[in-house]
Design a protein around this ligand. Structure first.
Ligand SMILES: [Ca+2]
Length: 176
């Protein structure tokens, strides 16, 4: 007789295996999905019961769904935020941010997290302290599309949001 907890664990493992096998095949060369063992090192992911390594929304507002992932490098000790972005009828991979821990730190798990930021307006850190603020950044950010929230738990949170003017992602640090 299988109890509820075992059943939930089984479903979770199945979901992770499915996710890993389907997504990994599509990743750009040099990147892979984080392993379950790498994600387990972070208490916040366990407590939230969420690996925070994928986010799905239409980030560039063209009516086609996109996907953002936290991925691990297969070439160096590091990780990245990558996005599979719709471009007309096809998709492009973009590497939005990379962390390289160096050869002295070969066993780092996964430091960053990702989720969809679906809000319409966010106050940036510029509203709180202009000294932390790039000269061309605004006090508030009004978004037309969902953004990619990229963060480390209990630390600063930034958004990658699509700009129709530059036809690319911009980054802003926001207040919690
Ligand atoms: Ca899209």
């Amino acid at each position: 007789m299988i109890d509820l907890r075992s059943m939930l664990q089984l479903l979770l493992v199945s979901a992770c295996l499915c996710l890993g096998s389907t997504a990994a095949a599509d990743f750009p060369t040099g990147w892979r999905m984080p392993l379950a063992a790498e994600l387990k090192r972070d208490l916040f992911r366990q407590l939230a019961n969420n690996p925070y390594v994928e986010a799905y929304a239409d980030f560039n507002g063209d009516g086609v769904g996109d996907a953002a992932y936290i991925v691990k490098s297969v070439k160096f000790s590091g990780e990245a935020l990558v996005v599979r972005l719709s471009q007309g009828a096809s998709f492009d991979w973009q590497v939005l941010h990379t962390i390289d821990w160096g050869t002295d730190s070969p066993n780092i798990g996964v430091s960053m997290a990702v989720e969809v930021a679906a809000g319409r307006e966010y106050a940036t850190v510029c509203a709180e302290d202009y000294r932390e603020c790039p000269i061309d950044e605004m006090d508030s950010l009004v978004l037309n599309n969902p953004a990619i929230a990229y963060f480390r738990f209990e630390s600063a949170r930034s958004l990658f949001y699509w700009s129709d003017q530059t036809n690319s992602f911009s980054r802003a640090w926001i207040r919690e």
